[in-house]
Design a protein around this ligand. Structure first.
Ligand SMILES: [Zn+2]
Length: 301
């Protein structure tokens, strides 16, 4: 079954919830990037969070979550777009994918330690006009807390964010999450009740591992509230890299460096850091690229 995200709002208007199962997505990212278990948990949570926040995207809008922090994993990026059919496409990057750290005192992945301290930047790019950029200090580096901190500090939205990845050295057993946001005008009790239900519910990954669907996750978080389903999106790994974009990245190296690369090896290999796809340019193609850059410089004079 493909990964799915479902969104719903309570009929009393107090909360909205997006919940998703992202097991296949995280398994694919783990495989593409050869992620360690802790890196799988960190990047899997970040991509799940981005996908859940991305359910409201329209057309060619794009949402990205970028973490710049001092932990052993280095920087992390997750970004999502939507396609015409409503499928959410997600991709991710982590600077040091194979780094692992020991489990924490509670026997869980120590994502907070692996990520470290730093900032998260949220960028929402629209089809036209300036992108929206929000930057927050990381709350704990556990990703869920950090997204909740962003929603509170940048958007003034109280929320409960539960993200989880159940991984072992052989792969991903379950992944998914839910983001419940308190709507403007809701009474004070709404957030307290929501937090209480989030605290008392079984971990997201054990619910998913036992077969819970996004609708089940919503029902658990909603408790006695009656919910109205707004819609659902499929979710899939998708990268936007193309041979043209790889060329643009190579051009940025400059003609001297490109000439050196073409001299040194019969083929130049470029790897997309989001999907690990390999692009191979022959020596002839490299020389063609260098000639095109030089021509452009001459005509620019
Ligand atoms: Zn790519």
């Amino acid at each position: 079954m493909p990964d799915r995200i479902v969104s719903a709002t309570s009929t009393d208007g107090s909360i909205s919830i997006a919940a998703g199962v992202t097991t296949n997505l995280v398994a694919e990212v783990r495989q593409r990037h050869d992620l360690s278990p802790t890196a799988s948990a960190a990047l899997g949570r970040l991509m799940t969070g981005a996908a859940l926040l991305g359910t409201g995207l329209k057309g060619r809008e794009r949402l990205s979550l970028q973490i710049a922090a001092d932990g052993p994993l280095g920087n992390l990026i997750a970004d999502v777009t939507t396609s015409k059919g409503g499928t959410i496409g997600a991709r991710g990057y982590v600077a040091h994918p194979t780094v692992d750290v020991p489990l924490n005192g509670r026997g869980k992945f120590d994502v907070g330690r692996a990520v470290g301290r730093g900032r998260m930047q949220v960028t929402l790019s629209y089809e036209v006009g300036q992108p929206y950029v929000g930057i927050v200090e990381l709350a704990s580096g556990e990703i869920g807390d950090d997204i909740a901190a962003y929603l509170m500090r940048s958007q003034q939205i109280p929320s409960v964010v539960a993200l989880g990845v159940l991984a072992n050295p052989r792969g991903i057993k379950a992944a998914g999450g839910a983001i419940a946001q308190v709507m403007p005008g809701a009474d004070e009790g709404a957030i307290a009740q929501l937090e209480e239900r989030a605290r008392s519910m079984p971990p997201i990954t054990s619910q998913i591992d036992r077969g819970a669907t996004p609708d089940d996750l919503i029902a658990t978080l909603a408790g006695p509230l009656s919910m109205r389903r707004l819609g659902e999106n499929e979710l899939a790994f998708r990268c936007r890299c193309t041979p043209q974009r790889v060329e643009v990245a190579l051009v940025a190296l400059g003609t001297d460096e490109l000439s050196r690369m073409a001299e040194e090896q019969p083929q130049t290999e470029a790897v997309c850091e989001f999907c690990r796809r390999r692009y191979v340019l022959s020596r002839d193609e490299m020389h063609g690229l260098i000639r095109r850059i030089e021509k452009r410089h001459e005509s620019g004079r």
